[in-house]
Design a protein. Sequence first.
Length: 201
Amino acid sequence: MDLNLKNRTAIITGGATGLGKAFVHALAREGVNICFTWMSEEENPQQLVESIRARYPVSIIAVKTDLADEQSRENLMASCITSGRKGSILNITSQAAFHGSTTGHAHYAASKAGLVAFSISLAREVARQNINVNNIAVGIMDTAMIRKNLERDPDYYVSRIPVGRVSQPEEIADIGVFMVSPKASYMTGATLDVTGGMLMR
């Protein structure tokens, strides 16, 4: 299926690692020009830039960004020159936004629930500007952030997932690519559950 994404531009926050990096690859495969943020030298953004340039005929830049800093955010937007265009916003939330935390991380669950409400509100505000805003709710994903815990006690995590396995970032990114494509332009204010059955509604 042609998702009609070729030559569009995507801004991906946290694009040097984990799910963000998977989004960089998935969107580049569709011919999307990429602007992604990074924070730490350990993330090696230049290696990702070179890898994408070698594989796909797209433009890609990495912008060091502290999203908590207003000037840094303004620099990001200036570097990516995307203003005045219709498009999509996709936020990453968690099944914890709906189930709550089971591991003593109430603050994490609360922030993810807040993101859902924020996305719904923003979707209402910008719908007339042809901007749709949606969420993906993820479950347990094999990224560096959680890998040590998975290796230490895999049964604890896998037993909570009805499909019986932890997700890979790439399969989440593939769904996300569809959600930001024109094929999903009539969907806004929605949260799509991609949790292997941890979240069923």
